[in-house]
Write a protein that binds this ligand. Sequence first.
Ligand code: WQD
Length: 342
Amino acid sequence: MNKKILVTGGLGFIGSHTVVALQERGFDVVIIDNLSNSSIEVLGGITKITRISPEFENLDLRDKQAVNNFFEKYQDIDGVIHFAASKAVGESVQNPLLYYENNLNTLIYLLQQLKEKEAPKFIFSSSCTVYGQADELPITENAPVKKAESPYGNTKQIGEEIIFDTCSAVPHLKAISLRYFNPIGAHHSANIGELPIGTPQNLVPYITQTAAGKREQLSIFGNDYPTPDGTCIRDYIHVMDLARAHVIALERLLDDEQAENYEVFNLGTGKGNSVLEAVKAFEKVSGKKLPYTFVDRREGDIVAAYADTTKANGVLNWTAEFNIEDAMESAWKWQQKLEEKN
Ligand code: WQD
């Protein structure tokens, strides 16, 4: 009998790629998504890749009764991977209560259900944003969690604390928080990828939309940072490397004797690239010259962040296999597929 995994936010960017990886690993998947930041078409994209249509429940995890009803209906959930959350840094500053309700109440309702189960396993989608501007690079999991620069970042920090405290109080609950650096790219089939709604906040979808002629030019937020070329440095990790890490982490939790009650892992490539280097990588793989201009720094941006991946490499036996050019190539192929559709 296949193990059944609930993936919340499973029609989102990282969620959908993780559903594919789970199905290909033989897990049965049920998705919860309220379609607030995703499209039902993603379900078709997943099915096109794996030929298996995941079960899908369109429900809002802020509705406590709906969450309870879900677990009444699906008594056979063996684990949960929780992606569903709001994730726009700037929006969280404008509307903090939306972020605290959507990112924390939902987590609490899920954990309240899970703790009643026999051997619950939980994976939390966290972020390197919890480190803020780290004092030392590369960033290890022991780096201090600093005062968040945004309510979004704060919800990730508080979320991790809620899980830690719950695992301490409920010994049969096992959990892992995965701190992503900068997820980019798309599945190589271009049947699923990043689907930003409205103007992309993140760098790579803005680059691909500019190359596709949907945006006039890329605005690079600041070229006066203390870095070799003056632009910010990030650790851009292929979304399929990230998806594979979730399956490995889940199998660690399911294989009981290995995992501690609560563990945290950084997921990155371990390599930092500047914004200009990211642009050059895109130009190289796409053969397109990208129009860009330098503008003022963006509020809240940190100068540099890239992961020390020693722990995930060793404990999870996981290492990112794709580089930034692979990721840019897959992102561009996905954007071109989107243009064909529209
Ligand atoms: C990357 C670099 C920008 C857009 C955020 C969240 C993180 C995660 C990923 C959710 C920065 C520059 C960007 C543009 C630019 N989110 N940039 N022009 O801010 O590192 O991380 O998204 O999981 O938690 O904090 O990612 O892609 O927005 O920016 O110059 O139009 O690109 O200044 O240096 P970020 P990003």
